[in-house]
Design a protein around this ligand. Structure first.
Ligand code: NAD
Length: 168
């Protein structure tokens, strides 16, 4: 039994994350997905709540033939203790998948094997680029799984982003 761990902010969850997780699923029996910065929402960089991001991920991966555990994880002030914090919140895992340099470094220093998946069309598939498109009324729906489009519509997510971008 091998269990892989993958963490992101998923603001929002997009096709790049989905491509990585579909690939990860071919090499482990179960996947633990950390929803990072779980305490943040209603900000330009972090518009969606942890619960909304859990919905985006679980619905997008509903057809994956591997058990997944989606766990919100709040940030802490001490990077040196962060891996222990993560492990206190998650089922045990033996492999870590990440392309985030800080995440890779912290897990490697604590003795974990870290695999770095290839980035999928990074120019267009990034949370920053997708949020920018939402704000400027450009098409963004093709960059995320259909399930994510539905969640963002259900919660009126684009309007939320536009409203918090305004000044009083
Ligand atoms: P993210 O959603 O930007 O990315 C998640 C993962 O997807 C990363 O590995 C990233 O490299 C990858 N990715 C992004 N675009 C991709 C693409 N087009 N194709 C393939 N892969 C792609 O999230 P993130 O910022 O990497 O999340 C890390 C989380 O860990 C954050 O919430 C951060 O706050 C948290 N963290 C917290 C601490 C602490 O609390 N002290 C320390 C380290 C990390």
């Amino acid at each position: 039994m091998t269990r892989g761990f993958y963490i992101g902010r998923f603001q929002p969850y997009h096709n790049g994350h989905q491509a990585v997780l579909e690939q990860v699923a071919t090499s482990v029996d179960e996947i633990v997905i950390g929803v990072g910065s779980a305490q943040l929402s209603h900000e330009l960089e972090n518009p969606f709540t942890a619960g909304e991001r859990v919905l985006m991920i679980t619905r997008s991966l509903a057809l994956l033939d591997r058990p997944i555990y989606v766990i919100p994880i709040e940030d802490i002030q001490r990077n040196a203790l962060w891996v222990s914090h993560v492990k206190s919140m998650t089922p045990p895992f033996d492999r870590v998948f990440s392309s985030n340099p800080l995440v890779m470094r912290l897990f490697a220093e604590s003795g974990h094997r870290v695999h770095s998946p290839e980035l999928y069309e990074r120019q267009t598939h990034s949370g920053t680029a997708i949020r920018r498109r939402m704000l400027s009324d450009e098409p963004w729906e093709h960059l995320v799984p259909q399930a994510v489009v539905r969640v963002i519509r259900e919660i009126d997510g684009v309007e939320r982003l536009r409203q918090i971008a305004q000044s009083d």
